[in-house]
Structures are given as C-alpha cells and as structure tokens.
Write a protein that binds this ligand. Structure first.
Ligand code: CDP
Ligand code: MG
Length: 664
C-alpha cells in the first residue's frame, strides 16, 4: 500500500528528527532492532498481504512472537490509518490493554494518547491523534452501541480470542454481522492453535488461517511424585530450590490470585533476607489492579547478580510476556468466574487448569533458551485435566451482556449466531433479573428510558438501577459516591505488621449500616482533607484508589447528564435509611439473613451458607437482614462483600414480583 503520500510523510518525520537528542536516537535504534528480532517480523509481508485480500484473518503464533505489539504498527505503517481511520486491538484484560499500549507507544516514540492510546472502563486515554487503539473487549462492545458499524475502524484485531471471554464471544458474533455490511473492514483474530479451526469454521469462506508458529526451545517438564499438601508452600519452596540449584534465569510462578501472590511475595522477601547466596532474589507481583509503576517494574531488565521471581496470575499465561524467564512454576490452578443460575451465586472459584493452559504455561519457559517447568501436581493429575477450559459465555451471569446486546437492537438472543451458544438456563436467568429490575418489559424488550440507560451506564445492571433510582429518592449525591467507591478496589490498606493501628484508623469511618455507607464516609473525609495523600496515608487508606474514585464519580456524573436523568437536588443530605432503601432497589436479589453463629443464609437459595468477608466492615458484627454487592467462594467457603443492613419488609415492598413466591 506504499504510495507517494506515504513517502511524503516519511520525509516529514525525518526532518523532525533533527530536534531529537543523540541518546534518544540510539535508544530508538535498539528498539527497532528488537522489533526486527521478533518471530512475526519474518512473516510481515505474508500477514499484511493476507489482510489486504481476506476479510477475516486468523493468526496463530506463540506467545511473545509479537502479535499484539507489532501487527498494529505494521498496519499503521502500511497506510491502514489514512483518511481518519483507526486500528483497534481488543484485549480480554485491562492490564494487557494498558501494558501493550505502553510498549507500543515506547516503540513508536510517542506518549500514550498520541499515536497510541488505550481505553478501558473509566479510563479512556485516546485523543483525536490516536490511530492505534488498544481496548478491552468490553469497551469495543460499548463502542458498538454508539456506532453499530464501527465506521472509524479500518482493522479490528480480536486478540487472545482463544481465551473465549464472554465479550470476545459476543464481539465475534456481532462483528460477523458487521463485516457483511462493511466490506472494507478487516478482522484479525489472534488465537492459540487449539481454537483456530473453530474460528475458521465460524467465519466460513470469508476467513483464512495463517500460522507464524516457529520453533520453541525444549522445555523440561517436571512433576511432583506425591500431590502437594499446600501448593502455595510448595511453590515457595520450589522457588528457593531453583534459586539454589539451577543456573541463572528468571522464575515465573503462577498463582490464582492477589492474596496468594502477596503471601508468596512476602515469604520470598522474608526468607531471602537470610539467604547468603551472591545472587539476589527480586520478587515482583503481576496481577490486574497493579499500578502502572508496579507493572513497569516487571518489564525492566533484570539488574546484575539478580534473579527475578515474577509471581503472577493467569495474566502471564498469554496476555503479558516477560522476557528472560527460564523457569516456570505452575500451581495447576486458576481462578475462574462461574455463575450458578440455581443459587444465583456469581463466584470466583479456584479450579484446576486445562491441558491447553498447562502447555501454555510451560511454554513461557522456552522463549529465549531451553527452560524448565515445575508442575506442582502429579503426572496422573495432569493427565486427568480437561482439554480446554469452557468458554465464559457458558458459565457467566449474562444480565449485562444481554442488556447490551438488546441495546444494539438485537432482540432475539436465541437467533444470534454464537461460536458456542450460551445455555438456555443462563439466558432465562438473565432475562428474569433484567425484568425484575424493570430493564425489560413484559415482551422482553428494552424499556425506554430506564433499560436503555442501564445498558449505557458502565456499571452492572443492579448498580445502574440503584443509581437511576436515586434520582427520585433524592440521594443521588450519596449513591454516586458509593457506586464510585464500590467500583475501585482496596480502599482500606492493612500492612501486615500494623494491622491493629490500621484497624483502629479504619474503625473511625465504619458505621453499623455496612460497607456502602462506611465507604461513603471515607470519601467525604478524603474530599474534606482536600484530597491529601498524606491524610490518606496516615489513615491507612489507599490514596490511588481514592483518587480513582473521584475520577469515576465525575465520569458517572457526566453519564447521568448525558443520559438526561432528572436528578432531584435536595439541600440536606439523604438519611441513611433512604440510601439503604435505594441500594435495596437494585440488590434485592442478593439478600441474606444472619444466623446465630454469625453466618448468613441466602434468601434466594436458603440452603447456602455464606460468611461476611474479613475485608467487610460487617465482619464480626451483628446484623439481621442484609444485601450484598459481591459474592466469592474461596476454599469451599462462600464470602459476601459490600454488605448493607436492610429491613425485611423492604424486600417485599421494593421487589414484590421477585419475592411473591416466598411471601405465600
Ligand atoms: O502478542 P504476542 O504474545 O505474540 O507478543 P507481544 O505481546 O507483541 O510481545 C512481543 C515482545 O514485546 C515481547 O517478547 C516483549 O519482549 C515485548 N514486550 C514488552 O517489552 N513489554 C510489553 N508490555 C509487551 C511486550
Ligand atoms: Mg499478545
């Protein structure tokens, strides 16, 4: 696609170079060299040619071959961003969207928001200059709501499609319709080998597969001879065994979540303090929700005489590549979100990984030279693993996705062409919830304006309902704050050796009505302190989360304005009762009642016992009826979070349809 126009613009940028300092030029050259060394580079012409001639290209390549960071740049260089068009690349995870964008900006030599930007929920860094846009798959679905044919895009790359997140699956289904109307639009589906044919079958003769899989270095896979009693302890021990016995090379250990990662991290720090070897262990965490700085530390080159130990969630399985890893420790588990339509519990459950995942994890060790993978499970266990994990669409709460699909004007979900259709009971469950929230009418059509507004608000339907209802309850100011604070994570901060002091500070904000109103107090005081980071620090509050909450709240205010929600302004703050009632209006389906032993029974599934999560202000507090915003299952114990006390009668008053069966 090279033309005289391109050459003219090359000349323009060459002239611009004069202002760049000498050291900058050298840095740039080395980045160019790195780009050329990536496996995808040799396939550049064949891939870009295929994209010109075929509407859907399915791209297979090992992790780290350069798919996510390079292809968008090739397409940009080849002219796919002329005439105001842009290239989009979706990622299943927020961390991947931000870190890949960061890397590409660095390679191009621009700041985020210039040529390259990313857009994730509550954080859009793109500007009118941006032509390479990384975004989460969920965000692209939101863009479809505004521009159903995605006219601004010339190419859309659905990255990590084999992960089969719910939004990736929905995008594939909607984009299949879009490309019929937009013959000039190109799709690139990046996938692991194992799923590629399924995608090819789905897109039919419009699609072609191209593989850039090269050789990998051999990986020595080792198993435990006996099952581990505790895979966290075993992982810690294995880290030190590798450190003592194996030659240099960084370690990547897979854990299931932030808590486990923190545990391992702390243990490595503590024990390596007494370690006398000349090579230092440098433990680093990697999970979603890390700050940009913490994330960047992982990509910094390993300092001399140091061995990096990256302790990561499943993010490191494919979405994020870290160079220099020679040793992989695979605990064999992953946290997956699973929704049970019978109990209506949406939980994060630690489950065994699939064979495909195990292979992928091991593969992280053989990128630059032969490596080793230590599996913290037996070979017998490995043979019993499922081949692939089930697509998210088959085990998720579909309320939000269905609401969004409906707002795209697609009314009959059953008629949609999915790669794998969602199970009927999940669809019915979602329709029931949406109906009880009055987002859908008796004919399962989106209600105007409320259903439509709920689809557009970037909150789950229950919280959207609360926010919209707050307008007539006269508590919008309070609910905006609570919604923002519920959206950000880890507001309360408890250093391990200062738990008591932290608890004492935190108690000053907590009220017996529960988490929502306690978080509200924190926010109010933070604003009163003029958003002082010192104020937050002294009170063991996470300043970053609070700053983020301020930003989220402002964005929600703008949404309400855009959606023309008529907010009743009252001169006095709403009472706690009004706020709690308003919360019940959205979360009535997640109600529970306390038992004498301090546990709770769910109203929707009476045989299920749940416990207040230790991070909730309701932990070790007496209550009667409550609602909660989240439920998680950890080690066979189910915890509820975001708890607010309510009155039993409110459930019957505010959700008579939902509770009519129980009233009889
Ligand atoms: O998408 P794929 O797994 O094929 O590879 P990629 O994410 O494009 O990564 C290609 C290379 O870019 C990696 O090997 C890393 O060296 C580098 N990279 C980086 O340094 N920092 C990032 N945030 C992402 C990639
Ligand atoms: Mg990638």
């Amino acid at each position: 696609m090279t033309s005289l126009d391109d050459m003219a613009s090359d000349w323009g940028s060459y002239q611009g170079l004069k202002t760049v300092s000498v050291s900058d030029q050298f840095k740039h050259a080395s980045i160019q060299r790195q780009r050329e060394m990536l496996p995808i580079y040799r396939h550049r012409d064949s891939i870009t040619y295929l994209i010109e001639s075929t509407q859907v290209v399915i791209l297979i390549g090992h992790t780290g071959s350069g798919k996510s960071t390079q292809l968008t740049q090739y397409l940009h260089e080849d002219g796919w961003t002329k005439d105001g068009k842009i290239i989009g690349c979706t990622q299943p995870r927020r961390v991947a969207a931000t870190s890949v964008a960061q890397r590409v900006a660095e390679e191009i030599g621009c700041r985020i928001g210039e040529t390259v930007g990313y857009s994730i929920r509550f954080e859009d860094t793109t500007t009118e200059k941006t032509v390479i846009k990384y975004l989460t798959d969920g965000m692209l679905l939101r863009e479809l709501m505004i521009d159903p044919l995605l006219r601004r895009y010339s190419v859309i790359m659905i990255d990590e499609a084999h992960e089969r997140t719910i939004y990736t699956d929905i995008l594939l289904c909607v984009l299949k319709k879009v490309i019929k109307k937009r013959k000039d639009l190109r799709l690139v589906i990046s996938s692991a080998t194992i799923q590629a044919h399924e995608f090819a079958k789905f897109f039919g003769d419009k699609s072609q597969i191209i593989s850039i899989e090269g050789k990998m270095f051999p990986i020595d896979v080792l198993y435990l001879s006996e099952p581990a009693e505790n895979y966290i302890e075993k992982t810690i021990q294995t880290i030190f065994d590798i450190h003592i016995e194996e030659p240099d090379g960084d370690i990547l250990a897979f854990m299931t979540g932030r808590e486990e990662i923190t545990k391992v991290l702390q243990a490595v720090k503590d024990r390596s303090f007494h370690d006398e070897s000349s090579v230092r262990l440098l433990p680093l965490p990697l999970y979603s929700g890390l700050s940009q700085d913490e994330q960047n530390a992982i990509f910094d080159p390993t300092p001399p005489n140091t061995r990096k130990v990256i302790i990561a969630t499943n993010i490191a399985e494919a979405s994020v590549t870290v160079d220099g890893v020679i040793y992989v420790i695979d605990c064999g588990y992953v946290k997956v979100r699973t929704f049970d339509p019978a109990t209506k519990i949406d939980s994060l459950i630690v489950t065994p990984i699939s064979k495909a995942s195990a292979v992928q994890r091991a593969g992280r060790a053989g990128r630059t030279r032969p490596g080793k993978c230590f599996r913290i499970y037996t070979e017998t266990c490995a043979n019993e693993l499922d081949e692939v994990s089930s697509p998210e669409i088959q085990r998720s709460n579909l309320a939000m996705p269905i609401l969004q699909i409906k707002s795209l004007g697609i009314d009959n979900i059953a008629k949609l062409d999915f790669v794998t259709p969602p199970p009927v009971n999940l669809v019915i469950n979602a329709l029931e919830l949406l109906y009880s929230l009055k987002a859908l009418d008796d004919y399962a059509k989106l209600t105007i304006p409320d259903g439509l507004r709920m689809a557009e608000l970037p909150l789950n339907p229950m919280l959207s309902k609360v926010l919209l209802a707050s307008a007539s309850y006269g508590c919008t100011e309070e609910i905006l704050t609570i919604a923002a604070m519920l959206t950000v994570e880890n507001v309360f901060y408890k250093p391990r050796d200062e738990v008591k002091a932290a608890d004492a500070e935190h108690r000053k904000f907590t009220v017996e009505e529960g988490d929502g109103l306690s978080l509200y107090n924190v926010y109010q005081e933070f604003v009163r302190s003029k958003k002082s980071s010192k104020w937050a620090y002294d009170r063991y509050l996470n300043n970053k989360s609070l700053v983020k909450a301020v930003s989220v709240r402002n964005q929600l205010v703008r949404y309400l304005q855009k959606l023309e929600v008529n907010v009743i302004k009252s001169s006095v703050p709403a009472t706690a009762d009004i706020v709690r009632k308003c919360l019940t209006l959205g979360y009535f389906s997640q109600a529970a009642r306390m038992q004498p032993d301090g546990s709770y029974k769910l109203v929707a599934a009476q045989d299920v016992t749940v416990w207040p999560h230790p991070s909730s202000v309701m932990f070790n507090r007496i209550a009667d009826w409550v609602i909660f915003t989240e439920i998680v299952e950890v080690n066979d114990k189910i915890y509820i979070l975001g708890i607010t006390t309510i009155e039993r009668d409110w459930l019957l008053e505010l959700a008579p349809d939902y509770y009519k069966v129980k009233r009889r």
